[in-house]
Design a binder for this molecule. Structure first.
Ligand code: ZN
Length: 218
């Protein structure tokens, strides 16, 4: 069995890519003048003066931040994995726990923040541990619902590794629930997606669930 904690991931794991250089209009990350105009309109809509000190550069910042937070649209699984699949004949559970997760709900475009736990039981093929975190990040940096995000991570690993099974649990706190609506600051949403042996074998599933509950002491 292999258990990795996010903090123990190899050095090539980058929680955030460096922003792309400015394009012709002086905006970074592929943000467009239409986006900055739209943010300006939003500011007017909430009763603000977009030209006052302090807000002058806000439309540009918001547009660029939004492009960065949705940069997962520009990534593909092929590019991301880039040959990091290895044939090692390992066939015991691999678990990466506590992968930090930052995404945005597609209903309110507000953040949801939490942790992902991802396990699989290889059938020969394994993937670099850091790549598992990158896969989570690629799907998280899109407008999401937590259920789909959970399923996409599980289905992607199943597809690229064809393991005996994949298990993904995501625990997250949604700002659209915390800051507005029901305003329950302590509510967490837990979603899971089980494929293969994790779905079919209650003991394997239970082993995974026990492992993600255990609080590490290092
Ligand atoms: Zn929402």
């Amino acid at each position: 069995m292999t258990i990795a904690h996010k903090d123990a991931l190899p050095a090539d794991w980058h929680p955030s890519e460096s922003p792309k250089p400015a394009n012709g209009n002086g905006l970074k990350n592929g943000a467009t003048p239409e986006m900055t105009d739209a943010v300006r309109t939003l500011l007017l809509g909430v009763g603000e003066d977009p030209d006052r000190d302090g807000l002058e550069r806000t439309p540009k910042r918001v547009a660029e931040a939004l492009k960065f937070l949705t940069s997962g649209y520009d990534q593909s699984i092929e590019e991301l994995l880039n040959g990091a699949i290895f044939d090692v004949g390992h066939d015991e559970m691999v678990l990466v726990r506590d992968i930090d997760l930052f995404s945005m709900c597609e209903h309110h475009m507000l953040p949801f923040i939490g942790r992902a736990h991802v396990a699989y039981i290889p059938k020969q093929k394994v993937v670099g541990l850091s790549k598992i975190a990158r896969i989570v990040e690629m799907f998280a940096r899109r407008l999401q619902v937590q259920e789909r995000l959970t399923r996409q991570v599980a289905e992607t690993l199943q597809e690229v590794l064809q393991p005996h099974g994949v298990a993904v649990v995501i625990e997250a706190s949604h700002m659209c629930m915390v800051m507005r609506g029901v305003q329950k600051p302590n509510s967490w949403t837990v979603t899971s997606s089980m494929v293969g042996v994790f779905k079919d074998d209650p003991r394997t599933r239970q082993e995974f669930l026990n492992l993600i509950q255990h609080r590490h002491s290092f």
